[in-house]
Design a protein around this ligand. Structure first.
Ligand code: CMP
Length: 138
């Protein structure tokens, strides 16, 4: 398994001032931040990021939401990063997220589920490259 994953703190979580507590949970779970930025996606950029979901019933609404306000994007390092980060954030639908997970604590709905986490090593690389150049990684 790879050592890197990619995450975004979504607009609602950022707006609610949960970036601090979420990053604290990430650090305390043993992840090291290798790249990070605060930015707002255009609808076109959000659409490209989530292109894999194009055509699904939630796609248009997701793109609108993800471009509605600032997000934090970050590359995280840890052994078994993708799998361990998915365990830390919990199920996509916060109603199914385990107690103590980031989504259980900070999500407000399936769409506004606090954070995104890569679902594979391949997508972690693609998603990290979407946001960060080589000189923006440490
Ligand atoms: P994320 O991990 O960012 O990946 C795709 C996002 O689409 C997901 O989190 C949710 O915010 C959103 N979404 C909305 N509806 C659904 C759904 N029915 N199934 C999966 N993802 C959904």
């Amino acid at each position: 398994a790879g050592k890197l994953t990619f995450t975004m703190i979504k607009p609602t979580a950022f707006k609610n001032n949960y970036a601090g507590p979420i990053l604290k949970m990430i650090n305390e779970a043993g992840f090291v931040i290798k790249a990070m930025k605060l930015t707002q996606l255009t609808p076109s950029q959000a659409g490209a990021f989530y292109a894999v979901h194009k055509g699904k019933p939630f796609y248009e609404s997701l793109v609108e939401f993800m471009s509605s306000g600032p997000i934090i994007a970050a590359v995280l390092e840890k052994e078994n990063a993708v799998e361990d980060y998915r365990a830390l954030i919990g199920a996509t639908n916060p109603e199914n997220a385990e107690e103590g997970t980031i989504r259980k604590l900070y999500a407000t709905s399936l769409q506004q589920n606090a954070v995104h986490g890569s679902d594979s090593d391949e997508n972690a690389a693609i998603e990290s490259d979407f946001f960060f150049s080589k000189t923006e990684r440490y």
